[in-house]
Design a protein around this ligand. Structure first.
Ligand code: ZN
Length: 342
């Protein structure tokens, strides 16, 4: 073999190695949409660090001799089991770690909370703005002010609406003018229907929070009154599967997300719930949502909970992790292609 041939061969080997290295580097993970992401203060769930037992929360019991908030904070400070999901210590770390997960896993988060603008500024396309009103409707801006805010185009979704914590039903007449605006402007509603923190009714000022409002039945009148409104039941009406299935069956425009239940419930309990909904025929209306608040690791814990569901096909998992939300949000083909790195 002459010298030129050898040099050519070396050149080809180097070129191939370089091309395969680049393609491995550039390979985009399949995209995921997180319908339920928050940008809030790191200590929103109590003094940091707070934590959640991975797959087994071991919910605390309440002896009224000690205030419930103290019991709750002790529980958050001492999460159950090995390798719990623990919050960072600062707002900066919370933002950095959350955005790092989004970038690494190619996740696009419908994001709300008081730190949204900071997250959006750094997170770019990975953060999709959602406007979260105050908990109690008496503190909301007027419908006309909200209309102006939404007409700016800054927000893709209206949520998370957390009226349930104030004991206010979606049927409350004060909510109606806002729903009319959402329907007219064609902005989807994300509303908390389902569980909150354990014992939340005994948190200061939340004594009107009731377990019976976890029911998906709460949304039926709204759905019928506003048939063009897209509705996401955040937390999927857990744990009332019968009511959720009846509502998904009766109102085909209603979707749900698995925020908080995907990582805070014992894994088997979450899978039982997911299986009920999917086996009833509604896997195309379930969307992944983490409800990540103070624990960046919770996002991947929630994704793992979907990926390990042995009763779902690979196609159903992709629907839950991305396709259903892309359909619900009416993403353009261009956006979908971009998310896939095409
Ligand atoms: Zn919620």
């Amino acid at each position: 073999m002459n010298r030129n041939k050898i040099l050519n061969m070396i050149w080809m080997v180097l070129l191939c190695a370089c091309v395969s290295f680049r393609s491995a580097q550039c390979q985009t993970p399949l995209p995921i949409i997180d319908m339920h992401l928050h940008a809030i203060d790191v200590d929103a769930n109590g003094p940091v660090p707070t934590g959640i037992g991975r797959g087994n929360p071991a919910y605390p019991d309440y002896d009224p001799e000690k205030p419930w908030m103290q019991t709750f904070f002790d529980w958050m400070a001492n999460p159950n089991g090995e390798n719990p999901i623990v919050s960072p210590m600062t707002n900066q770390e919370l933002k950095d770690q959350t955005l790092a997960v989004l970038r690494r896993r190619n996740i696009y988060g419908i994001t709300s909370g008081n730190r949204l603008d900071e997250f959006k500024q750094e997170g770019g396309e990975h953060i999709i703005n959602s406007w979260m009103p105050p908990r109690d409707i008496k503190n909301w801006p007027s419908p006309e002010e909200v209309r102006k805010l939404l007409e700016t185009g800054k927000y893709k979704v209206f949520g998370e609406v957390t009226l349930q914590y104030a004991g206010i039903s979606p049927n409350d007449p004060r909510f109606a003018p806002y729903l009319e605006i959402l329907e007219e402007l064609d902005i989807p509603l994300g509303i908390h229907i389902g569980t909150g923190p354990p014992g939340v009714s005994y948190f200061m000022g939340m004594g009107k929070h009731l377990g019976r409002m976890h029911s998906a039945f709460e949304i039926e009148d709204v759905a019928i009154r506003h048939p063009r409104l897209r509705i996401n039941l955040m937390h999927a009406g857990w744990p009332l599967a019968d009511e959720l299935i009846a509502v998904l069956y009766n109102h085909p425009q209603v979707y749900c997300d698995v925020g908080i239940i995907c990582y805070s419930l014992p894994r088997d309990a979450f899978h039982d719930y997911l299986k009920r909904i999917a086996q009833a025929g509604f896997h195309r209306r379930i969307m992944f949502g983490s409800d990540q608040m103070n624990w960046p690791d919770a996002i991947e814990e929630g994704i793992t909970a979907i990926e390990t569901a042995s009763f779902l096909s690979e196609e159903q998992k992709r629907d839950i992790l991305y396709n259903n939300a892309a359909r619900f949000l009416r993403l353009s083909q261009e956006e979908i292609d971009r998310h896939h790195g095409r």
